[in-house]
Design a protein around this ligand. Structure first.
Ligand code: PBG
Length: 329
């Protein structure tokens, strides 16, 4: 006779919800947002159905909507005009640049929204790389100085937490020191600690026109700074270094194919963990749902909940608004 029956705790929804090990709420979400120049402008991103690039005024409107749905954090990316791109990325710390103006506009309209600007040179680089290039190579330390200037200019505009996504060595320390020296002791650093060189970033790069350019003189991919997807132990090394350097939140990216990394990091650290449900993951679910091959709403909620189960505290996801509407129903 069997006595142990796991199905007893699955008999109905009330019992199931009583024994549930994690939950998903709108305050877990960070919405990535694409911003462009202009006024009253909105352009759809072909490979990301439902996602748009918007001018600042419409971005502000979107932020108000997000906040009223319970999404309290946004991660900002700029579509930079070609004539502003160069090798140094200096437009990135222009006090009146698109990013800085966007941060001020959102802070002004929705002061409680947590603003997390992306810190990386790729949208500003003529080469589409996250680092400054000399003699065909990405120069680590000069790039760090640029990232520090960029972070300070974000803080001056009103950013709450800067989010370096570049994967240069030592940049968390250089950014932390620059923020402290400029008096921004309360501005946090969310560090992309374990960021892999991934094909899942494709739709994002077309949204910003930020893919590495096809040019024999520069590296054709980001594999000298982003991590090799065969490696898990190396992620721990990256995470511990960033914590030592002063990171406040640790990011793992991409998300769904990398839940083993999230779980491993969760067991090792007590700092908050963020995970990035990247553009390619969004595109896959949307493409299947549009074909009627997957149930859109159920697949979104299940995937996002799996990030929580794996140990993430917050989820960067293009589904944030849609998922919030589903959860609020
Ligand atoms: C680059 C950056 C990338 C993403 C965020 N910041 C892509 C890349 O490394 O080329 C990707 C996000 C996504 O795919 O959703 N600094």
């Amino acid at each position: 006779m069997i006595h142990s029956r796991n199905r007893r705790l699955r008999v109905n929804e009330s019992v199931r919800s009583l024994v549930r090990e994690c939950s998903l709420t709108t305050s877990d979400f960070v919405m990535p947002i694409f911003v462009m120049e202009g006024e009253n402008k909105e352009e759809p991103i072909a490979s990301m159905p439902g996602i748009f690039r918007r001018s600042i005024d419409l971005t502000v409107k979107e932020c108000k909507e997000l906040f009223s749905l319970g999404v309290k954090a946004v991660n900002l990316y700029m579509k930079v005009s070609d004539h502003l791109k160069d090798n140094t990325g200096k437009e990135a710390w222009n006090k009146n640049g698109l990013m800085q103006n966007t941060i001020r506009a959102i802070k002004d309209a929705v002061p409680e929204m947590v603003i997390m600007p992306d810190v990386a040179l790729d949208p500003y680089s003529v080469y589409g790389h996250d680092g400054i290039i000399e003699n065909g190579k990405i120069i680590n330390d000069a790039t760090n100085d640029a990232l520090a200037r960029m972070s300070v200019s974000h803080a001056e505009a009103g950013a709450d937490i800067v989010a370096p996504s570049d994967m240069m060595d030592g940049r968390v320390q250089v950014i932390r020191e620059a923020l402290e020296e400029s008096g921004f002791t309360d501005v946090g650093i969310l560090s992309y600690a374990a960021k892999y060189a991934s094909s899942f970033y494709g739709p994002f790069r077309s949204a910003l026109d930020s893919a590495p350019k096809d040019n024999m003189e520069i590296p054709k991919d980001k594999k000298t700074y982003q991590m090799d997807f065969h490696n898990a132990r190396e992620a721990m090394n990256e995470v511990f270094k960033d914590i030592e350097e002063g990171a406040d939140i640790i990011m793992i990216k991409p998300g769904l194919p990398y839940l083993d990394i999230v779980s491993k990091v969760r067991e090792a650290i007590d700092l908050p963990i963020a995970v990035y449900n990247v553009s390619g993951e969004y595109a896959m679910v949307k493409a299947a749902a549009q074909n009627g091959w997957l149930d859109n709403d159920k697949t979104i909620i299940e995937s996002l909940t799996c990030f929580k189960r794996a140990g993430a505290d917050m989820i960067f996801t293009y589904f944030a608004k849609e998922a919030a509407m589903i959860l609020n129903r």
